[in-house]
Ligand binder design. Structure first.
Ligand code: ADP
Ligand code: MG
Length: 568
């Protein structure tokens, strides 16, 4: 198991993260302090010490600290006398250690994400950085693809197009992806390698009147740190206080509103908008042709950024994943797929809609309810509703409506049986739905044990989602009138039975009844007949009338039974 493990890594310009698919869920692994993001900062001490992450970033401005080394990948330039591969390898080693501590096993294989626009040289450098850190890089994955994977957009369907808007600490990328054969293809990218959250921090400093160029390294570090804190607060609240006590003698304290901040960054937002429009134009697409929009990068937490993206693409962005974790989680999912932790399995299917047959009165009689796990089997024994009937027609139906006519017919069978009195034939109807969705309807006349079989190909389970939604929402919309219609039909059947028995009973026993009781019976009979005329009426009125008649004829029924017992 241990050498099967593959981790996913977001090696970012500002922050990096490492994740895996654990017990079926993609997760990012937290370091000892509980942080799932590690700043991509490396500090080299005079005595050969190396520190990575928060502690290194805190030393920013004190010398020996390398940040944003990703910008140098593949350029041949050095940072603190080291190659960008070596510096990146330190970050990767730290992430590897975080994962090993958390997972309690050696980690030696990884998927690492890179910007979609990285060229061969930059990709090669990333690969080498991985190897220097003791990791076999099983795949380099493009960041927008990872972001789309994090949202499960690979399930969207062929030729669907999605946009990924990624605004990080110092870079902005927008990508248009298309799904082909279950894989994302990057159709277009646009962006600005010098635009990101750092610019937002500087915008806040401009607002409070601080000129970064006039500060020394230490002061600059303090000012930027406070600016970023204020920015975070403004992502949640309408205003924040920028406070730097004992700064340049007097100190600074100034309230900044979200509106002021948004005005200050407007030109930056405009730039990202232009990039989005360019990417769309490059592939000749209109915003409406984009099926989903995904946000990545911590800076998309700024409400104005999110609003702008929704305005550009004319749709709400996908929800549910923290933007600064999107790429890392996607890398974890890709790693999981490659290592077999994510398996393409056929999940147990369920019936999308109820299956049943039409019964007397045109009612739907459900045999297998909606959402039953298949394979499954269900059945019922039916009797003939009419004396002398020689054939029973079985209509197989699918749907959620109470009346047969509102459901879909999947097929019909005619079951022949010997002519007998009403209610004396016994016909068993059995539905069996096998794992591949084949519905077999077996009917059997219990008198002859003769079987009739009807096979219905996968239509029983292969129903388009939209059709299912339509059927279910219709059944909800009509729930009330449907129920009333069912009550009416059931009451009508009962009424017909009672009325048919009434006349002969009155002929035999009418004289035994008191005038008052006879009047009661006639009145109840009249109400039932009136209610029967009006199908549009609520079924409960007819039902009540039938119950009334049933009560009124109780005495008659008793007399009939008595006569039968005596044996005529
Ligand atoms: P990168 O992809 O560049 O490595 P991230 O995606 O982690 O970086 O984004 C880092 C940026 O996100 C930083 O500029 C940080 O200040 C910004 N950021 C993080 N959280 C928030 C927030 N809540 N509000 C505004 N900006 C944020
Ligand atoms: Mg990033």
């Amino acid at each position: 198991m241990s050498d099967e493990l593959i981790v996913g890594i977001d090696l970012g310009t500002t922050n990096s993260a490492i994740g895996v698919v654990e017990s079926g869920f993609p997760i990012l692994l937290a370091d000892g302090e509980g942080s799932r993001l590690t700043p991509s900062a490396v500090w080299y001490g005079e005595e050969g010490q190396v520190e990575v992450g928060f502690s290194a970033r805190r030393r920013r401005g004190l010398g020996g600290v390398v940040t944003s080394v990703k910008r140098l990948m593949g350029t041949g330039e050095k940072a603190a006398s080291r190659s960008p591969e070596e510096v990146s390898a330190e970050i990767l080693k730290t992430l590897k250690a975080v994962a090993e501590a958390r997972l309690e096993q050696t980690v030696s294989r990884a998927v690492i994400t890179v910007p979609a626009y990285f060229n061969e040289g930059q990709r090669g450098a990333t690969q080498r950085a991985g190897e220097l850190a003791g990791l076999e890089v099983v795949r380099l994955l493009s960041e927008p693809t990872a972001a789309a994977l994090a949202y499960g957009l690979d399930k969207l369907g062929e030729e669907k197009k999605v946009a990924v808007y990624d605004l990080g600490g110092g870079t902005f990328d927008v990508s248009i992806l298309e799904l082909r054969a279950g894989h994302f293809e990057v159709l277009a990218t646009a962006g600005d390698t010098r635009l990101g959250g750092d610019d937002f921090d500087e915008a806040i400093l401009v607002k409070v009147g601080i000129d970064l160029k006039k500060l020394d390294e230490a002061e600059r570090g303090r000012a930027l740190e406070e600016a970023e804190r204020v920015k975070f607060v403004l992502s949640e609240q309408d205003e924040a206080i920028f406070r730097l006590p004992f700064f340049r003698e007097e100190g600074i304290e100034r309230t900044i509103t979200r509106v002021e901040f948004e005005t200050e960054i407007e030109s930056l937002l405009k730039k990202t908008e232009a990039c989005c429009r360019r990417a769309l134009a490059d592939v000749d697409l209109r915003p409406e042709e984009i099926e989903a929009v995904v946000l990545a990068g911590g800076s998309t937490r700024v409400p104005a950024v999110r609003n702008r993206v929704e305005r550009i693409f004319g749709r709400a962005v996908e929800e549910g994943v923290d933007p600064d974790e999107t790429v890392g989680l996607g890398a974890a999912i890709q790693a999981g797929i490659l290592s077999g932790a994510v398996r393409e399995v056929v999940l147990l299917d369920v019936t999308p809609l109820s299956l049943g047959i039409e019964t007397v009165g045109g009612l739907m009689n459900v045999l297998i309810p909606r959402n039953t796990t298949i394979p499954c089997k269900a059945g019922e024994l039916f009797t003939n509703a009419v004396a002398g009937q020689t054939v029973m027609k079985i209509r197989v139906l699918q749907g959620e409506r109470e009346l047969a006519k509102d459901n879909w017919e999947l097929g019909q069978i005619e079951v022949p049986f010997q002519a007998v009195g009403k209610g004396q034939a016994r016909v068993g109807v059995q539905f069996s739905l096998n794992a591949s969705g084949l519905l077999e309807v077996l009917t059997r006349d219990t008198a002859t044990n003769e079987d009739t079989i009807l096979s219905i190909e996968s239509s029983a389970v292969d129903v388009a989602d939209t059709q299912v939604e339509h059927m279910v929402s219709e059944s909800v919309d009509h729930a009330f009138s449907d129920m009333s219609a069912r009550v009416f039909v059931e009451a009508r059947l009962k009424a017909e039975e009672l009325l048919a028995a009434l006349e002969p009973a009155l002929v035999d026993f009418g004289t035994v009844l008191s005038e008052e009781d006879l009047l009661k019976v006639r009145e109840a009979e009249q109400t039932v007949r009136t209610q029967l005329q009006d199908e549009a009426q609520s079924g409960s009125l007819l039902k009540a009338a039938v119950e009334e008649l049933d009560d009124a004829t109780e005495q008659l029924a008793a007399l009939i039974v008595e006569k039968a017992m005596v044996g005529e």
